[in-house]
Ligand binder design. Structure first.
Ligand SMILES: *Cc1c(COP(=O)(O)O)cnc(C)c1O
Length: 352
C-alpha cells in the first residue's frame, strides 16, 4: 500500500488521514472554538476526557503544545519538573518549558525499560531550602519513544503516584502513544491515567488524524490549560474540521494498532536474518524497530539510508541510536517485505 508508492517508515506521524476521516472533515459541523462554539471540537474533547477517565479535555495543535501547556499550568517560574533523560519533553521539545515558562527540567536516567529508578526520582526531589527550586511535577512517557517504543506497566504508574503523593507532587503523562501501550497489555488506558493528574495523547501518529493532540485532566486544570493555549497562540477557530478526524481516530483507529505491532515484529524478525544488522528483539514491543549496523559492516548509516531511498523505502537514522523504522496504518505486509528486501540489498558486504 504505502503512501504515494513509498514505504515510509520514518515515523507514524507521516500517516495521511483515512478516507473516513476526509469524509468526516468534509461534513464537520463547525463554529468559533475560541468562543467555545465548535460542536465537533467539544464532542472530541468530551470523548477524549471520557476515554481518559478525566473530567475534561482540550484539543491542542500538537503533542508538544499539550505537554508544554500541562507543565505551564502545574509549575511556576523557578519550579522544577523531574523527567527521564531520554524523554521526548527533555530531548525534543526545544526546552520550551524553560524557555517560555521559566521551568527547570531535572533529568533522571531512563532505564532500558523506559522507567526511572524511583529511588533516583525520590533523591531528585528538592528539600525545602532557600537555595533550591521547588519540585512540582514528575513527567512520565508511555510508550517510551527513545527507549524503543517500550511499554511501561500500570504498576509502575501506581508506584510513581505513591511517591508523588508522599512528596506533594503532581504527575503528568506524555502519552503520545499511550493507546499502543494499552493495546499491548490489553488494559484500558484508564489503568494508566488514573494515577496521573494530566495526560496528553496524540491523534496525529498511529491514529492517523492529520493534526492534533488532546490534553485531559480536572475541570479546573483544563480551565487554566485553555488560557495557556490561548497565550501560546493555539486558540483555533473552526477547528472542527480537524477534530472531526480526531473523532474517527478514537472511534476506529485504536484497536487496529495491534496490526502495526505485529508488522513491527515481522520487520524486526526479518532484520535479524539479514547479515549486517543487529536488533534487540526484546525492545520491539509496539510499532517501533530500533536497529543498527553490526560491528564491522562496511557501509555507514547514511549510505544505507540513501540506498533504501533509491528503492522507495524511508527510515530514520540517528547518530547515537542507529536506525528507526515505525509501522503504521499505511504499511501493509507487502511493504514490510519490500523494506526487508531493500535492507538486504543495502548492505553489500558484511566484513568477516
Ligand atoms: C511525537 C511525540 C510528542 C510530540 O508530539 P508532536 O505532535 O510531534 O508535537 C511528544 N511525546 C512523544 C513521546 C512523542 O513521540
Amino acid at each position: 500500500m504505502g503512501i504515494n508508492g513509498i514505504v515510509d517508515l520514518r515515523s507514524d506521524t507521516v500517516t495521511h488521514p483515512t478516507p473516513r476521516m476526509r469524509e468526516a472533515m468534509y461534513r464537520a459541523e463547525v463554529g468559533d472554538d475560541v468562543f467555545g462554539e465548535d460542536p465537533t471540537v467539544r464532542r472530541l474533547e468530551e470523548m477524549a476526557a471520557e476515554r481518559m477517565g478525566k473530567e475534561a479535555g482540550l484539543f491542542v495543535v500538537s503533542g508538544t503544545m499539550g505537554n508544554l501547556i500541562s507543565l505551564l499550568v502545574q509549575c511556576g517560574r523557578g519550579e522544577e519538573v523531574i523527567l527521564g533523560d531520554r524523554s521526548h519533553i527533555f530531548l525534543y521539545e526545544c526546552a520550551a518549558p524553560s524557555a517560555l515558562g521559566g521551568i527547570s527540567l531535572r533529568p533522571v536516567p531512563n532505564l532500558p525499560d523506559g522507567t526511572m529508578d524511583l529511588e533516583e526520582v525520590e533523591a531528585a526531589v528538592r528539600p525545602d531550602n532557600v537555595h533550591f527550586p521547588r519540585t512540582r511535577l514528575i513527567a512520565l512517557e508511555n510508550t517510551h519513544n527513545r527507549c524503543g517504543g517500550v511499554v511501561l506497566p500500570p504498576e509502575y504508574f501506581r508506584r510513581v503516584r505513591e511517591l508523588a503523593d508522599r512528596c506533594g507532587l503532581q504527575v503528568h503523562l506524555d502519552g503520545a502513544r499511550m493507546f499502543n501501550a494499552a493495546i499491548v497489555l490489553r488494559v484500558d488506558v484508564r489503568e494508566f491515567t488514573r494515577y496521573v493528574d494530566s495526560v496528553t495523547f496524540c491523534l496525529s501518529k498511529g491514529l492517523c488524524a492529520p493534526v492534533g493532540s488532546v490534553v485531559c485532566g480536572s475541570e479546573e486544570f483544563i480551565r487554566e490549560a485553555r488560557r495557556a493555549r490561548k497565550a501560546l497562540g493555539g486558540g483555533m477557530r473552526q477547528a472542527g474540521v480537524l477534530a472531526a478526524a480526531g473523532i474517527v481516530a478514537l472511534e476506529e483507529m485504536v484497536d487496529r494498532l495491534a496490526e502495526d505491532h505485529r508488522r513491527a515484529k515481522m520487520l524486526a524478525e526479518g532484520i535479524v536474518e539479514i547479515p549486517g544488522y543487529t536488533v534487540d528483539l526484546s525492545q520491539v514491543q509496539t510499532n517501533m524497530v530500533y536497529f543498527d549496523l553490526s560491528e564491522g559492516t562496511r557501509e555507514d548509516r547514511l549510505e544505507v539510508v540513501g540506498r533504501l531511498r533509491e528503492r522507495g523505502v524511508l527510515i530514520g537514522a540517528y547518530p547515537d541510536a542507529g536506525f528507526r523504522a515505525v509501522t503504521h496504518y499505511w504499511i501493509d505486509d507487502r511493504d514490510v517485505g519490500r523494506a526487508l528486501e531493500a535492507l538486504a540489498r543495502a548492505v553489500i558486504s558484511p566484513k568477516e
